[in-house]
Ligand binder design. Structure first.
Ligand code: ATP
Ligand code: MG
Length: 166
């Protein structure tokens, strides 16, 4: 079964790191909003319009890959219930094909990571982390939670089982 995996979580919790580790294990393509944004806009302004275009491109490509039978890992914040339900509605797929991973990490570690992170696709810093934290909502739908602090101890077999062998 072809699956689309949503990796949700606040900035710096380790979503992109988890996506890179996971994707090759399930033959998935990673689609990252941070990456798409930097391809579309040299100097992003994070306006509502810009964000809408980034997510539309993400969804369009994910849908295209899904039709071609390619698994996708969507690396985006998805911190509100609306953002998650919107992506599911726009993908026009039933819940069967969608898996949700909540990526978490203790706050003091996230803040330290954000301080020392090398230049990459993400522009998020501590202030963005706290801003997003205010608006983040608990995930209602079935999901699996991964603590990126314990990633070396993470049972990848169990995670893969949950994602592709249901
Ligand atoms: N398990 C880990 N152990 C040590 N460092 C980690 C781990 N996971 C991620 N990091 C580091 O923490 C920083 C943030 O991780 P990452 O970029 O994956 O987070 P993110 O959730 O994708 O953030 P953003 O939302 O800003 O894209 C990076 O510098 C990364 O190398
Ligand atoms: Mg990232």
């Amino acid at each position: 079964m072809t699956v689309i995996v949503l990796i949700c979580g606040l900035p710096g919790v380790g979503k992109s790191s988890l996506a890179s580790r996971l994707a090759p294990l399930i033959n998935a393509v990673i689609l990252s909003t941070d990456h798409i944004r930097k391809e579309l806009f040299k100097k992003p302004k994070y306006t509502r319009k810009e964000k809408a275009l980034v997510y539309d491109v993400l969804i369009l490509v994910a849908r295209f890959l899904y039709e071609a039978g390619v698994n996708c890992v969507l690396d985006a914040t998805f911190n509100s219930e609306r953002s998650r339900s919107e992506v599911k509605t726009k993908l026009r797929l039933n819940n069967e094909c969608i898996r949700i991973i909540e990526c978490i990490c203790p706050e003091e570690i996230v803040l330290d990571r954000l301080k020392h992170r090398r230049q990459g696709y993400s522009d998020a810093d501590a202030s963005i982390y706290f801003k997003m934290k205010k608006y983040s909502e608990p995930i209602i739908d079935e999901h699996i939670t991964v603590d990126s602090c314990n990633i070396s101890k993470l049972d990848m077999g169990r995670l893969i089982n949950y994602l592709v062998k249901r």
